[in-house]
Design a protein around this ligand. Structure first.
Ligand code: ADP
Ligand code: MG
Length: 494
C-alpha cells in the first residue's frame, strides 16, 4: 500500500549526497459545535474563558462525556484517508503538567487509536505522484492558552480551546523533500475540507503540524530524527525542513551526532532551535482513562458513514479525466480546492452539452476566470461573473455562436457590467459569421489585394496564418475561423 516516495531531492554535502526523511504529525481541529468531552462551544474568537464548562476547567468530580459527533467526524476522516477503522478503541490519560491544562493530563488515544493505517495520494509538480502512508489517526483534547503579555507580573490563562477535539494524523516517514511535505499537507487539508471534518484554517490554528526530520545517505538505514513542534503554515513547514536537514548534515559532517530532540521553528529567523532533548523528554505515564468506556462501533455504522461520504478530490479528478477528457493537470487544478471544483461543476451545469464543452469550460475557468480573479486578488465568492454566466459564454462558443476571440470581449463586458451573455450577444451583434458567402467575400478581397503574399504562401503554406488574421480582422473577429481556413486553403490552392 505504501509505495515509497520516488523523487528524493538530494542535498549535496561535503561527504556526498544526503537524503532527507520526513514524517508529519498533523493536528486538525474537528469541525463540531461542542468540545470532545463537554457541551461547551468551540466557536473561535470568544472573550477569554467565555466557552468553558466545568469539565473543561477540570473542576473536581466532573466527568467527561464523549461527543458522538466528534467520533463520527474522526471515522469519516479515516474513511477519507482510505484507512483501517478500528471497531474498538480506547482513551488514555497522557500525564503532564501545563498551566493551560487544568486536568494535569490530556485525554488522548495511545495504544489503540480509532483509525489505523491509510494512505494519501499526493500529486507533485511535474506530473509525478507519490503515496504517503498514514500510520494512525487518534482523537485527543486540545489545551488552553497561557497569555504572558497582559500583566507585568502575572500570566493569564484562556481555556476556550481547552477540551476542543483534535484529530492527530500521523504519517509514516515516507516524505523525502520539503516540496513533498508541502504537497502532502495541502492534499490532506483539501481532503479534510471536502469531508467537512476540519476547516483547515491554519491562521486560526485549526491545522498545525509537528515535523519530524532526519537525514541519511541514500539507501542507509533511517537516521535519528528531530521533531519541530507546532508549525502553523505550509510555507513554514517547508522552510523548517530545509533548515533542519542542512543543520543535521552540518552536525554529522563535523563529526557530531544527532540527538533526538524537540525543536521550535522561528519564522522570523527561518531557523529551528532546541526546545528540549530526549533526556528531558516527558514520561507521560499513559494509562486507560477510567472515566471513559472504550469506543465501540458496529461495521454497519462504519459502512453507513462510508456510503454517505462526498466525492473526494481523487475520485473527482479521475471522473473529470475520464468523463470530460480533461488533462490530469487541469483536473488537479480544479479539484484542489472544493470551491474551485464546485464552481467548475456549476459551469458544467449550465452547458447544453457538457461532454462536448467540458474541456473548453475547464480552459475558461482556469485561464480566463481564475486568471482574472488572481489579477484582482479576489476569491470565487467575490466574483462578479457567476458560474451560470460563464457557462452561458462557454455554451455560446461551443455551439459556434461566437468565436473564442469575441468570447473574451463578452467575458470582459459581463465582468464589468453584468448581464445575460446570450442577450448581450444578440443586442450587440457579436454573433460569429458562419455565412459562407459573407466570409468568401472577405477572403476574396484580401487575396486580391495581396498578390505578392499569395505567391509567397504557395511556396510556404504556413503563411496562411497571415491571411486568416487579415480576414478575422476585417470581420471584427466574428468570422468562423474554421470556415476562413477552409476557404483560404481552396482559394490559395494549398
Ligand atoms: P512521537 O510521539 O514520539 O512523536 P509518533 O509515533 O507520534 O512519535 O510520531 C512519529 C513521527 O515521526 C511519525 O510521523 C513518523 O513518520 C516520524 N518518524 C519516525 N521515524 C523517523 C525518522 N527516522 N525520520 C523522520 N521521521 C520519522
Ligand atoms: Mg508525537
Amino acid at each position: 500500500m505504501n509505495a515509497p516516495a520516488k523523487s528524493s531531492k538530494l542535498i549535496k554535502g561535503a561527504t556526498g549526497d544526503w537524503e532527507m526523511v520526513i514524517g508529519l504529525e498533523v493536528h486538525a481541529q474537528v469541525t463540531s459545535n461542542a468540545k470532545l468531552f463537554s457541551g461547551a462551544s468551540t466557536q473561535f474568537g470568544g472573550a477569554p474563558n467565555a466557552h468553558v464548562s466545568l469539565v473543561d476547567a477540570a473542576m473536581p468530580g466532573m466527568l467527561p462525556v464523549i461527543n458522538e459527533e466528534c467520533v463520527r467526524q474522526a471515522v469519516r476522516t479515516g474513511l477519507g484517508l482510505k484507512a483501517q477503522i478500528n471497531l474498538k478503541s480506547t482513551f488514555d490519560r497522557k500525564n503532564y503538567f501545563y498551566p493551560d491544562l487544568p486536568q494535569g493530563y490530556q485525554i488522548s488515544q495511545f495504544k489503540s487509536p480509532v483509525v489505523g493505517e491509510g494512505v494519501v495520494a499526493v500529486d507533485l509538480d511535474g506530473g509525478e505522484s507519490i503515496n504517503v502512508g498514514i500510520e494512525r489517526l487518534h482523537l485527543e483534547q486540545d489545551a488552553g492558552k497561557s497569555l504572558h503579555d497582559q500583566h507585568p507580573t502575572m500570566s493569564y490563562v484562556d481555556l476556550n480551546r481547552s477540551g476542543v477535539a483534535l484529530m492527530e494524523i500521523v504519517s509514516k516517514p515516507d516524505i523525502r523533500s520539503s516540496e513533498q511535505a508541502r504537497a502532502y499537507v495541502t492534499k490532506l487539508r483539501s481532503i479534510l475540507r471536502y469531508l467537512g471534518t476540519c476547516d483547515g484554517d491554519m491562521e486560526k490554528g485549526s491545522l498545525r503540524a509537528d515535523v519530524n526530520v532526519s537525514v541519511r545517505k541514500p539507501g542507509a538505514p533511517l537516521g535519528t530524527r528531530c521533531e519541530i513542534k507546532n508549525v502553523n503554515s505550509i510555507r513554514f513547514i517547508g522552510q523548517a525542513i530545509e533548515y533542519e536537514a542542512r543543520r543535521q548534515i552540518a552536525v554529522i559532517e563535523d563529526g557530531g551526532a544527532i540527538e533526538q530532540e524537540t525543536r521550535l521553528f522561528d519564522p522570523n529567523k527561518g531557523e529551528t532551535r532546541s526546545m528540549r532533548s530526549k533526556e528531558e523528554a516527558h514520561d507521560y505515564r499513559y494509562f486507560p482513562d477510567p472515566d471513559l468506556l472504550p469506543l465501540e462501533f458496529t461495521q454497519a455504522y462504519v459502512d453507513e458513514l462510508k456510503s454517505a461520504l462526498p466525492e473526494l478530490p481523487d475520485e473527482k479528478k479521475a471522473r473529470f479525466i475520464s468523463e470530460l477528457s480533461l488533462t490530469p493537470y487541469d483536473a488537479s487544478v480544479l479539484v484542489n480546492e472544493q470551491e474551485s471544483a464546485d464552481f467548475y461543476e456549476a459551469v458544467l451545469g449550465a452547458l447544453a452539452d457538457r461532454r462536448r464543452d467540458g474541456k473548453l469550460a475547464a480552459n475558461w475557468v482556469i485561464n480566463e476566470f481564475f486568471g482574472r480573479l488572481n489579477k484582482e486578488s479576489r476569491d470565487i465568492a467575490a466574483s462578479p461573473v457567476s458560474a451560470a454566466q460563464l457557462g452561458a459564454i462557454v455554451d455560446l462558443i461551443g455551439t459556434g455562436t461566437i468565436s473564442g476571440k469575441i468570447a473574451k470581449d463578452l467575458f470582459e463586458i459581463v465582468w464589468m457590467e453584468g448581464g445575460d451573455p446570450r442577450a448581450l450577444v444578440e443586442a450587440r451583434g457579436m454573433k460569429q459569421v458562419t455565412d459562407l458567402g459573407a466570409i468568401e467575400q472577405a477572403v476574396d478581397e484580401i487575396v486580391a489585394a495581396n498578390p505578392d503574399k499569395v505567391a509567397q504562401a504557395r511556396e510556404k503554406p504556413a503563411l496562411i496564418g497571415w491571411f486568416v488574421g487579415q480576414v478575422m480582422k476585417s470581420s471584427g473577429g466574428k468570422a468562423n475561423p474554421q470556415a476562413v481556413n477552409d476557404l483560404l486553403k481552396s482559394k490559395l490552392g494549398l
